[in-house]
Design a protein around this ligand. Structure first.
Ligand code: PEP
Ligand code: MG
Length: 747
């Protein structure tokens, strides 16, 4: 069984938060064959480590014994963020005698710090009666297992913090109201058509409203049944997601599961019912109290839980609803929200929402890319009329055009119902794709896929991609609650390389920063995040994160041809420094005798004007280049790719963009350096002739678009493309370029 399955089972079989910690500890102790152990969770407000589970020591100390970071080996572990390993714990100068613990019987000691990203979560300590050092393998396993548990441990800590008393009075979230309108215009961030009733998350109606008791079962017995059903459903969701999205869904529903089992949550509901409240009003009252507590918390990570608790309320009510056969999922519903984290998007998709209507452009890029991978229609809008949408309003989303219809006329509803059906039918039809692609005058063009999640692989293979031209390795980092360990990354990369065996795969190292924010990294307040600590810059600053990733890639590449690519390279110096880390990791792995690929091909993305200026130098030293036009366009034109207000200025049909692209491609060809294009415009029918005409032979696109791109390429003549490209680079205005491109492919 994989580790995450074990932890899911542990969550499943636990009756509450304390019980979960106790079981997790007992499992660790058995797994490592130790005699005793303790879990301490870090209470940030008190700055103390509190004993939360113990085996082999007095259980009455749980919740009572706490240590500052300056106390004992446990304090030392978190303070210095390192493993402490001793043959006799009490010989260590930092050992603290806590008389109540009665540790005399135990000699060998090991403890590891648990972090979620860079946030301290706690310490796990194990002890043995024998005077024999814990082995390096034991330590490695404990670190690995502890890190797998970190998300659930943190959720446990957050719940315990809430119970132990914090703000009482929920404040109404302060959100603008605006007049309602029938059609709301925005940007289709993920294609598709959705019809359904609105469910409001994190907008002005953040609290659950009191349902009409007529439709609900009201008794304690009914509540207990609804609770049991809800637990079973969420556990099933967790299992399903771990199969479908193994790379990102690790313990993604752990807050849900822990809360449902938490005495102070479901227990309080039971108490209210026993005191005379109806079951639905007890649910609403407790859920709203928690929403208020979470909103008011100064801790941002607790604020993130608002959605989870509201989700649970929604599910419990659905399970209490006598007339409903729904199970609390979002079937038939369109989620309307102000902002959404990638992890929330995954949870909502797992719960079968029809589509999403989101406010703003905030986190658009990665939420959109993720939504496309998950195949759920999404529209972003900056129209404040979104806040006038009411719970259960009928909505239609046209993710192709970026339009949302609020309470549409019957004719609009029916029109879109038909369109949705046509769209579904066309999806079912076998799309014909050839194994290879040629222009009509016989030039080979290689079509690759951009892959974000392991779940993109089936479509990649179905559409016969010749390889993966871009694997965005940041997705598993973005969605999870914590940095994936080297082992977890290794499994993901290996799966990708194994599934694509014999084909080219470009694994890109972490590209976070900009709009791709990790919720578990303390927000550094950059005023210009796109110009800040992004992508390769982040990796070069955070060497241990970088090394874990590189080691995972090198290990996964054993037996495969491995290609590693760096994002946002700005100079040859950057490239050399990054490559130096690959060499260091290869040296380490050799030294450790761990099997790996020791001759990876190493390349650079071209996404910055500075990189374009040194493209000859890069082409000489890199094994390959890949042009990321999404970023290149924004940096060349100084237009934020996520800002709606300037989106009309964000265009590739600009003389500066076309001339720069032509120059970079020429430099690569002059040095026989393989070059590809992987930005969204690699699939743009107007840009494909230009790319072919300038010498591009590899295009990497969203898997879904491969058949369409193949059709376009097959209808083009390479010679004509050369003439087109020549004309385009000589045009001096956007207007002239647009008019010319319209003659090639009418708008
Ligand atoms: C790009 O910038 O074109 C690219 C492919 O990278 P991303 O969209 O992931 O930033
Ligand atoms: Mg990019």
């Amino acid at each position: 069984m994989m580790k995450t399955d074990v932890f899911t089972e542990l969550l499943r079989n636990s009756v509450d938060v304390q019980n979960f910690l106790k079981r997790a500890l007992s499992w660790l102790i058995t797994r490592l064959g130790s005699d005793a152990g303790s879990i301490y969770l870090y209470d940030e407000s008190e700055r103390r480590l509190v004993l939360r589970a113990t085996q082999g020591f007095d259980k009455n100390l749980v919740g009572k014994l706490s240590l500052s970071l300056n106390e004992g080996l446990v304090g030392l572990t978190l303070r210095e963020q390192r493993t402490v390993k001793e043959v006799r714990g009490r010989d260590h100068p930092d050992f603290l005698i806590v008389p109540e613990l009665k540790e005399e019987d135990y000699k060998a000691f090991v403890s590891v710090p648990i972090y979620r990203g860079t946030t301290p979560v706690g310490v796990i300590a194990l002890q043995n009666r024998r005077e024999a050092r814990f082995s390096d393998d034991d330590v490695k396993s404990l670190r690995e297992l502890g890190s797998g548990l970190s998300a659930a441990m943190e959720n446990a800590q957050l719940l315990l913090e809430i119970h132990e008393g914090h703000p009482e009075h929920p404040a109404e979230p302060d959100l603008d109201q605006a007049p309602q309108s029938g059609i709301l215009r925005g940007r289709g961030a993920s294609e598709g058509i959705a019809l359904g009733r609105a469910v409001l998350l994190g907008t002005s109606e953040a609290y659950l409203s009191e349902p009409n008791p007529e439709h609900y079962s009201v008794t304690l017995k009914a509540f207990q049944q609804a609770l049991k059903r809800s637990i079973d459903q969420v556990e099933q969701l967790q299992k399903d997601m771990e199969i479908r999205l193994a790379d990102v869904a690790s313990l993604i529903f752990s807050t849900h599961i822990l809360m449902l089992k938490d005495e102070s949550f479901s227990g309080e509901m039971e108490q209210l019912i026993q005191q005379g409240a109806t079951a639905p009003s007890a649910v609403v009252s407790v859920v709203n109290r928690y929403i208020g507590l979470f909103y008011q918390s100064a801790n941002n990570r607790l604020k993130e839980k608002v959605q989870d608790v509201k989700d649970l309320g929604h599910r419990l009510l659905a399970n209490l609803n006598r007339g409903s056969h729904e199970d609390g999922d979002y079937i038939g519903q369109i989620v309307v929200a102000q902002e959404l984290l990638p992890s929330e998007l995954i949870k909502i998709t797992a719960q079968h929402a029809e589509g999403l209507l989101l406010f703003g452009g905030g986190a658009s890029a990665h939420v959109s890319i993720l939504a496309r991978s998950l195949g759920i229609p999404v529209i972003f809008t900056e129209d404040k009329a979104l806040f006038a949408i009411r719970q259960d309003d009928e909505l239609v989303l046209d993710g192709f055009q970026g339009n949302a219809f609020i309470r549409p006329a019957v004719t609009v509803w029916e029109h879109y119902q038909n369109l949705r059906q046509q769209y579904r039918d066309s999806d079912l039809n076998e799309t014909k794709v050839n194994k290879s692609t040629q222009t009509k005058d016989g030039r080979d063009v290689h079509l690759y896929a951009n892959v974000n999640l392991v779940s993109d692989l089936p479509l990649t293979k179905k559409y016969k991609a010749e390889g993966i031209g871009l694997y965005r390795s940041e997705f598993p980092f973005l969605i999870r609650n914590d940095f994936p360990t080297e082992e977890e990354q290794f499994r993901v990369y290996k799966k990708i390389l194994d599934e694509m065996a014999g084909k080219e795969v470009l694994l890109r190292t972490l590209d976070i920063g900009g709009d791709k924010v990790l919720s578990y990294l303390p927000q550094s307040s950059e005023s210009n995040p796109f110009l800040g600590l992004r992508a390769l810059r982040f990796s070069l600053k955070n060497k241990s994160i970088f090394h874990h990733q590189l080691r995972a890639m090198l290990r996964a590449g054993d037996g495969h041809e491995l290609r590693i690519m760096f994002p946002l390279v700005s100079s040859l110096d950057d490239f050399r420094e990054a490559k130096g880390h690959v060499v260091d990791c290869i040296r380490q792995l050799n030294h450790e005798g761990v099997s790996h690929n020791d001759h990876p091909l190493i390349g650079s993305m071209i996404e910055l004007p500075s990189a374009c200026e040194v493209s000859s130098e890069l082409a000489k030293e890199c094994d390959f280049l890949c042009i990321g036009t999404n970023d290149l366009v924004q940096y060349l034109l100084g237009v934020d790719r996520t800002n709606e207000a300037v989106s009309s200025l964000y265009t590739a049909y600009h003389p500066a963009v076309l001339r720069t692209l032509a120059r970079v491609i020429r430099a690569a060809l002059n040095h026989d350096c393989p070059i590809s294009v992987c930005g969204e415009i690699a699939a743009d029918p107007k840009m494909i002739p230009f790319f072919l005409g300038t010498g591009i032979r590899k295009l990497s696109v969203t898997p879904k678009l491969i058949p369409e791109v193949q059709k376009i390429v097959s209808a083009l003549s390479w010679r004509e493309c050369q003439v087109i490209a020549e004309k385009l680079v000589n045009m001096g205005t956007v207007d002239e370029i647009c008019r010319y491109l319209d003659t090639l492919v009418p708008a």
